[in-house]
Design a protein around this ligand. Sequence first.
Ligand SMILES: Cc1ncc(COP(=O)(O)O)c(C=O)c1O
Length: 443
Amino acid sequence: MSNYYEIPGQKSKELLEKKNKYVARGISASAPVFIEEAKGALMKDVDGNTFIDFAGGIGVLNAGHCPEPVVEAIKKQSEKLIHTCFMAAMYEPYVNLAERLANLAPGSTPKKVMFANSGAEAVENAVKIARSYSKRPGIIAFEMAFHGRTFMTMSLTSKVKPYKFGFGPFAPEVYKIPSAYCYRCYYRSTYPECGMHCLEQFDRFFVAEVAPETIAAIIIEPVQGEGGFIVPPKEFLPGLKSIAERHGILLIVDEVQTGFARTGKMFAIEHYQIEPDLMTVAKSIAAGMPLSGVIGKDYIMDAPDPGHLGGTYTGNPVACEAALATIDYIEKENLSARAEKIGNVIIKRLKEMQDKYQIIGDVRGLGAMIAIELVKDRKTKEPAKEETAKIIKECLNNGLFMLSAGVFGNVIRMLMPLVITDEQIEQALNILEKAVAKINREI
Ligand SMILES: Cc1ncc(COP(=O)(O)O)c(C=O)c1O
């Protein structure tokens, strides 16, 4: 794995030409390689180059690439039944998975579940359910949030380019509030002396911006993902929950990226002992099969009348069986504990790197959801966007597949499959350190 790859290789180059000719320009990829096969934490491209995968299909592969029991479950189900549409003719995997998730979700209130196909679609449905239950129109979301690319979810999302620019007008009755991003605090305060302005701001907001009695829900990612792996202070989510409760506002917790063992618990919200009113799940739920869901308190989930929720492919039987096998596998292999261990090892090493390389402004994470934020200058915190791209490219050439994140494009996020071996982690961090050292010399 110490090779230096010429990227893209010949076959990837040819496929890239075809892609440029036939695929819409708006669909872009972060690396110019085409992957042919993958197993565990390793991916091989069409030219035979092997990469340690620190992207995990953007948080989809907590259980690794092609886990054996999931592959078997997909094969078995696809030989029996691929599709009927649950709204037309029902099948068992849908209700079995609903039961499993209802019992897995945190909190003592009985839960109900509905399925969709993507994270965005789950968020859309959570908003529909919250409005239907509360009879209120407003939704509060956070700066730096990412909830998807459909119209409602785009409206809830930050990072104007590339997610929103030129695509408006956006959905009405969406309100944004600064997030608990301590490294770049909106109030220029420092935790813990700050007194949590990020919670206090709601008092003013509810007077100056919008009446709380018109707000159906607050939606939040427990760790903001696309926004740069922003972990709020431990008081933030419990504080938010009590503000919501005080005003009869529902709390929707978007666990699309944080769910299924990534942060060291099955769901990240379990770190804060909060019971969400509604929770959205997707990504690592089914090891890559397209599936998402809304899990919520039963009396809230039952607000929309029969027929008011659904979709042709939602809760497809093959995807549901894949999810049941994935959840079994996550539990059997105790991937939550593994995520915590991976997180400790990687954070320790990244902090050592931070001591050596000025470019690393911040190291943060929860469990195995880990990131570094790169800056040109530690005092001004000027985002090192170009340098971030260079480090990621350098890593790719050395066999490590990484992704950027952050509204300023200066965060490197790590979402390795949790089945990764200790040796692969060590190898990956060596590649990363070499790249950081090289680019650090340029600032
Ligand atoms: C927190 C969160 N919510 C929603 C989404 C949207 O999911 P999808 O791309 O499956 O629509 C994402 C995707 O990255 C996400 O991270």
